[in-house]
Design a protein. Sequence first.
Length: 233
Amino acid sequence: MNERSAGSFRRAAWAVFRKDVRSELRTRYALNALAVFALTVVLVVSFYLGPRLSPRDPVTPATNATLLWIALFFSALTGLGRAFIQEEEAQTATFLRLNAPPLAVFVGKWLLNMLLLAGLSIVVTVLLSLFMNVRIANLAMFALTLALGSLGLSTTITLIAAIIAKASARSALFAVLAFPVVFPMLVIAITATEQALTGALWSAALPQIQGLGAYAVAMTAAAIFLFPYVWEV
């Protein structure tokens, strides 16, 4: 890719991103879905477990780590899956196909999903700290785990959203396709998050960190290879 085509690619991706940001600020569909689901999960669990806990019997780091990633995963399924569905419903997908390279469209959609997921990660972490008394022993490890996990999750969600955009039973198909692909990453992310909460050594968490990085790289490569074919169908 020469400098001229690279500049054209960046402008196209940025244009798609700005369009989606304006659309989201106008409708607030993803923002509302993400916020409501995350808040519901954390509040329901905290109000159920709160009266049953004591200083001698707190929620374990493993439970907190699992709750964090369950909230992130299902919130992402609820709020981020319409990245391409809204283009098909508004009949603007053809316009994008004619005016932007396929990968530029994907990058623009992915940027918004990544931004929303990053914000959601911060919100859920704050809610868990407030309502579940979560304490992070290794903040750097926790932040790196969230960043790599969010990168892999947002890439996967964006790609699958493109695959099911034209399907009739989109919601069911989205969950069926997403869960098997994301499940290995969730297991690794939960383990790494638990280690960050307990203050484990970096050497102990390194396999999980490497696993999250490898998953993110693999899904990015899959998206780069598959999306042009999915988008042009």
